[in-house]
Design a binder for this molecule. Structure first.
Ligand SMILES: *[C@@H]1O[C@H](CO)[C@@H](O)[C@H](O)[C@H]1NC(C)=O
Ligand SMILES: *[C@@H]1O[C@H](CO)[C@@H](O)[C@H](O)[C@H]1NC(C)=O
Ligand SMILES: *[C@@H]1O[C@H](CO)[C@@H](O)[C@H](O)[C@H]1NC(C)=O
Length: 146
């Protein structure tokens, strides 16, 4: 039974690997990205659903930016994948994000995402140019102490 014991020992060591703890990568909390956009995500439901608000730092429109609602889901394993939709409520666009939460070598969570931004097209002839694609990286936003 020696091989089994060694295997269990290896498995145990792997689970204790530095920088990876089970409670990390729960998306609940405050995040900021490389553009300075912020999002606040509420508590996860038992099936991994969440809701929050997203404040973008950039916009394709001339309209005043407002905090907008977002909803999404995430898996519950370590370094989980996730997706969420932002329903911009100051303009008639919609963005979907998908990504994965990683724990970096310093034990810090980092969200690597890609997004599709759908702008409203006035006619089907403009459909071809109505979707943009991009990438964003999010980290936890430090709480501002006053
Ligand atoms: C997120 O930020 C809000 C204020 O913007 C603060 O009230 C809240 O405590 C923060 N939550 C966490 C988990 O840091
Ligand atoms: C995001 O939060 C930071 C820190 O609270 C703030 O300085 C910045 O203006 C916020 N960005 C937006 C787009 O509101
Ligand atoms: C837009 O969404 C934000 C965040 O959910 C909410 O506070 C605000 O009332 C909404 N505004 C409108 C016009 O729906």
């Amino acid at each position: 039974m020696v091989p089994t014991t060694s295997l269990l020992l290896l498995l145990g060591l792997a689970l204790l690997a530095p920088g990876l703890s089970a409670d990390q990568c729960d998306l609940t909390g405050n995040w900021t990205n490389d553009l300075g956009s912020n999002m606040t995500i509420g508590k996860l439901s038992s099936n991994g659903e969440f809701a929050g608000t997203y404040i973008t730092a950039v916009t394709t429109t001339k309209k005043e930016i407002k905090a907008s609602p977002m909803v999404g889901t995430q898996h519950s394993n370590t370094q989980p994948t996730f997706g969420f939709t932002v329903n911009w409520n100051f303009t008639d666009s919609t963005t979907v994000f998908t990504g994965q939460c990683f724990v970096d070598e310093h034990g810090k969570e980092i969200l690597k995402t890609m997004w599709l931004l759908r702008s409203h097209a006035d006619s089907i002839d403009d459909n071809w140019k109505a979707t943009r694609v991009g990438i964003n990286t999010f980290t936890r936003r430090a709480e501002v102490m006053e």
